[in-house]
Design a binder for this molecule. Sequence first.
Ligand SMILES: [Zn+2]
Length: 328
Amino acid sequence: MQLILQSFAILFLAASCAFNGSSQDVHFTPTETWSLDVQGKPLKLTAINTGSIQIKQCHLENCKDEDSSFPRRLISILLDSTPAPKRLPILTYLIQHPEGNFLIDTGADPDWNNEKSWECSARSHFAAKRIADVQYQETNSFIQELRDLGVLDALHGIIITHAHFDHTGNLRNLKAQQYIIGKGDIDNHDKIGAVKCKYLEGLPLTEAPFAAPNDQVSDPYAKSLRSTPVYLTKDRSLRYYVSPGHTPGSIVVVQSTSQGDMVFVGDITFSGKDIKADSTVAGMHFNIPQIREAHRALRELQTTQRLVLLPSHDEEISHRMNRFILRK
Ligand SMILES: [Zn+2]
């Protein structure tokens, strides 16, 4: 009973702090493609900006103790009235691999402002609109971008780094042979802010199992992330690892090329720069000690592998990829 009263008090307070986004200009970084190769065969990476997201300061930088529970930190975000200084891009990545086309995340939701599309979960609707403001890229829609790139009807796999609403938009409008998402996110959808009924229900999902360390696998990513790789291509250059922390089922995707490894980290970090031991971390992480461990693993990998980190909300992707390819 006390819990119910507390919940109502929190909802009442949060309702009085409705988050209406910001009037900042929304800049959409243009779609950009890089040509690389894998074992002598051409491979392309395209970063597609599907929209932008305005989050709050306590979401960008945790304002509670790091060992405080996720619900406490979530409440601090709901009650926060300070927007983060900048809107962030919402990126998806298309890998045109010699064995097929793979899409990493499906970006902003075109139905964000369509109230009817939220009817299946009033609670998710209430929370999502107080956590963030999303602007969808309308001038050249994500679906149209994929059509222009010639892959709309030829997607081999879609890999969702985690089940948050800014990573699963459009999913229902895309056909692929496989839709991969962490089992940890499906099992905990109601705790992590995934809107399962709106984005995921009814899709033939392949659930990535929980991370399982395996000492038999001689793979630096498996060792550092303590997770067994799941290969997506026969040449084994494209694979994923389950790396919990941002959500219980978060996935890290790695594509090895002759130029080095592209490491798609989802929201394990919002910026490729912020994985230092003394960096502040986001308040939205489900488990901050696990995130600190994932950051440590990525730092370790940076010392032994030639790699580029590609987060989902990093506005410096273009610069980062150009530097990676030019080997500067
Ligand atoms: Zn995100």
